[in-house]
Write a protein that binds this ligand. Structure first.
Ligand code: ADP
Ligand code: DP6
Ligand code: CO
Length: 358
């Protein structure tokens, strides 16, 4: 390690968006490699709105790996963090910063420690896929710092071992996580189905009902479902495979009625599996579903799709900007932010929509 002083610090900052599944991943066949029991499809959100920002730093003065999440130190002893760190470290290559006079060789990385500071600009562990944006960003920023020369596919496979949904956040647009068949996970990979420009009429509105941390994490929730639910077996084997084919077709053809039908049905079945778990898990808030269902049924074809992850916050997908403006108006009417109503805030997929609403 060539450097005049031991006081240097080398830093890298990266930003990664979250992704919301429209055909859900729920259930693992391998807990340690994080291999799912079914394929899933998601849409990656605009990084400007919901994202993780992670800064990773290395210095010879650090005597251990440490991490801060949203300003609070968290333990890195968990298997998932260790796995991501180990996988990236083992692929590190030489790094040179001429200006600072720093030269780190591949061998040096084995003995250097990192400090990680990560911040989510949206609620953490509240069903808006913070683990997806979080682990994707962790892997991406560490890989940049350590000059890892792997392609996106490999980084996505490493991120998967941090949190399953994270493998989809390395790509924009619509992404499919193929469950794969092999025991070593080599074919359990994410692929981009369509890029972010493919269907840019869609507007995503996120209604934040509660920022509180959920009581049952996704990891333990899905473990309990796999252990106790009968419905999950039927879902993984009989329902999802067909839905995946139909959803790919709907995305390819920008067919909103099919897209909305599949996304809503899949969200509802995922939450039915949660209820079918023993003891039952309640994640969702049903008030918003009632409003959207009523509106969709009063029109010739659906205007808005809804989907809920493992938490109470609604992800609403409007078929276009005009519908999004009307959706916001309805949300503000039913749940005025100043009242005691459930909805406390809205995160808007497109700022200009708010101006339309006034
Ligand atoms: P969510 O619905 O938000 O994905 P999960 O239960 O799946 O909730 O995961 C929440 C966990 O993900 C957190 O407790 C934390 O361990 C991890 N996590 C969240 N944000 C980050 C981040 N930015 N960096 C690293 N890990 C994160
Ligand atoms: C409901 O990826 O958070 O959001 O792999 O245990 O970290 P772990 O779980 P996680 O589960 C996500 C579940 C979901 C659906 C989805 O994103 O597909
Ligand atoms: Co998660």
């Amino acid at each position: 390690m060539a450097c005049e002083s031991e006081k240097w610090v080398l830093m890298v900052t990266a930003q990664t968006p979250t992704n919301i599944a429209v055909i859900k991943y729920w259930g693992k066949r391998d807990e340690s490699l994080i291999l799912p029991i079914n394929d899933s499809i998601s849409v990656t959100l605009d990084p400007e709105h919901l994202c993780t920002t992670t800064t990773v730093a290395v210095s010879p003065s650090f005597d251990q790996d440490r991490m801060w999440l949203n300003g609070k130190e968290i333990s890195l002893s968990g298997g998932r963090y260790q796995r991501c760190l180990r996988e990236i470290r083992s692929r590190a290559s030489d790094v040179e910063d001429e200006k600072k006079g720093i030269k780190i060789t591949k061998k040096d990385w084995e003995n250097l420690h990192v400090h990680i500071a990560s911040y989510n600009n949206f609620p953490t562990a509240a069903g808006l896929a913070s683990s997806a944006a979080g682990f994707a960003c962790l892997v991406f920023s560490l890989a940049k710092l350590m000059n890892v020369k792997e392609d996106q596919g490999k980084l996505s496979a490493i991120a998967r071992q941090g949190s399953g949904s994270a493998c989809r956040s390395l790509y924009g647009g619509f992404v499919k996580w193929i469950m794969g068949k092999h025991d070593d996970g080599s074919d359990s990979i994410a692929v981009q189905l369509a890029d972010e420009k493919h269907w840019d009429d869609l507007v995503i509105v996120i209604a934040v009902v509660s920022s509180r941390q959920k009581e049952t994490s996704s990891t333990s929730g899905m473990r309990e479902s796999v252990e106790t639910s009968m419905l999950i077996k039927h879902r993984a084997k009989e329902v999802v495979p067909k839905r995946i084919v139909d959803m790919e077709e709907a995305i390819k053809n920008r067919d909103f009625p099919s897209f909305a039908h599949l996304a809503c049905a899949d969200s509802n079945q995922f939450h039915a599996v949660c209820l079918d778990t023993c003891p039952p898990i309640f994640y969702m808030n049903d008030t918003i579903i009632g409003c959207v269902e009523k509106w969709n049924r009063s029109e010739e074809s659906p205007q808005v799709a809804y989907t809920f992850d493992a938490g109470p916050n609604a992800v609403l997908i409007a078929r276009n900007r005009k519908v999004a403006a009307s959706l916001l108006q309805r949300l503000l009417f039913h749940f005025p932010p100043s009242s005691d109503a459930d909805l406390s805030s809205y995160v808007i997929g497109d700022k200009s929509i708010l101006q339309d609403v006034g």
